[in-house]
Design a protein around this ligand. Structure first.
Ligand code: UD1
Length: 364
């Protein structure tokens, strides 16, 4: 009989992500597709469930091409909705998962104010169903997409994970409630290991320019908007707020390259496998650097060589003056920190935009 593995060997096996089977919800979306690529490169077997509400299958064809044929074999796709228990049954009956990374959700603040029912149904009901199927199938490791939105308009910056949480709109409340639900589930059953990742402002694209953000309709967020002005789809950028108490009067955010964010998920997954008593832990994924809207415009102009006409407008209701992350906890406990600055973010965003002016579609 083979001797039992030494404890260091078993710890190593427990820690590694290679050959792990990971279910990714919302894996065809912006952050999802970049993370799936990194998971495949890490040697994971990846299953995706996505309802393609704000994404297209073409994104996954490109992920497969970037990963190469050998790794692409390890990717499976289910067209499905987390609100449908039938869809979840299909996903969970076909395979055992070691962990779930849960991106699927709606994220437009304005739409959430107009259609709160849709947001509560989609984000809350979908996630509760997912936990139910995970528990039933003995998969109790979860990485959840939270957001810096849970800090509301912070009284102090940088935002530290133990700040009091607030929400300013229904979208933000879904993230806040889902964090609370995660804490309750873990408290009731300590076998759960849950990591809540609070993203700051994800931008940029994979360096190949093959995958990137492709929002439907007029973009709500700054960088996709700038990108569409640069390629001539929109005439000018409305800069919301010129009288903030900042160096140039425009608001400050913590922009983070989507590839850094994707790597943050790999670090979180490693942490989940390695740490039996992680409980339910929250980490900021940001750079710790604040950049103003006008600085972002200037950086994009430099990277693209395009002029971005701007119109200075009143503040957007609900916007904070300055939000950026404390990165200490993620650095110390996940061993992760962002590698890229705004120059690389703008370079890669422009590479994606210039190669794909209409996103994954070839024409308007
Ligand atoms: C927004 C959401 C946040 C969500 C995040 C990711 C709000 C209040 N917050 O964050 O909850 O988690 O997106 O989806 O909507 N800006 C312009 N012109 C534009 C667009 C934006 O000047 O056309 C400015 C904004 O006023 C803000 C900055 O650019 O100062 C960043 O805006 P945005 O990209 O929408 O992100 P957040 O508002 O930080």
């Amino acid at each position: 009989m083979a001797p039992p593995p030494s404890s260091s060997a078993s710890t190593e096996r427990e820690t590694m992500t290679t050959r792990r089977s990971v279910l990714v919800t919302g894996g065809a979306g912006f952050i999802g597709s970049h993370t799936v690529l990194q998971l495949l490169r890490e040697g994971c077997h990846v299953s995706i469930i996505d309802n393609l509400d704000n994404s297209v299958p073409e994104a996954l064809d490109r992920v497969r091409a970037l990963a190469g044929p050998a790794l692409a074999q390890n990717l499976r796709f289910f067209l499905g909705d987390l609100r449908s228990k039938e869809d979840l049954e299909k996903v969970f009956s076909s395979k055992r998962y070691d962990a779930v990374i849960h991106f699927a959700g709606l994220k437009a603040v304005g739409e959430s104010v107009a259609r709160p029912f849709l947001y509560y149904d989609n984000n809350l009901v979908g996630t509760i169903n997912l936990y139910e199927f995970m528990a039933k199938n003995g998969c109790k490791k979860m990485v959840f997409s939270s957001s810096a939105t849970v800090y509301g308009q912070p009284d102090k910056i940088p935002c530290v994970e133990d700040f009091e949480l607030k929400a300013m709109n229904p979208y933000g409340r879904t993230k806040l409630f889902l964090e609370e639900i995660a804490r309750d589930i873990q408290k009731a059953d300590p076998e759960w290991r849950i990591i809540l990742l609070r993203y700051f402002n994800p931008v940029g694209a994979h360096e190949s320019g093959q995958i990137g953000e492709d929002p439907k309709g007029i973009p709500n967020n700054l960088m996709p908007y700038i990108q569409q002005v640069a390629v001539g789809r929109l005439p000018e950028l409305n800069v919301y707020g010129k009288d903030y108490p900042t160096k140039d009067g425009s608001a400050i955010r913590d922009y983070i390259h989507v590839m850094d964010l994707a790597d943050g998920h790999i670090a979180a997954l490693r942490k989940l496998f390695a740490t039996e008593d992680i409980g339910c832990a929250a980490y900021n994924l940001g750079t710790g650097c604040g950049t103003s809207v006008l600085e972002m415009v200037a950086a994009f102009e430099k990277a693209s060589g395009k002029k971005i006409p701007v119109k200075l407008c009143p503040r957007r209701p609900g916007d904070a003056t300055a939000v950026y992350a404390s990165t200490e906890k993620a650095q110390k406990e996940l061993g992760w920190r962002a590698k890229y600055g705004i120059e690389e973010m703008c370079r890669d965003q422009w590479n994606w935009a210039s190669k794909n002016p209409y996103g994954y579609r070839s024409q308007p």
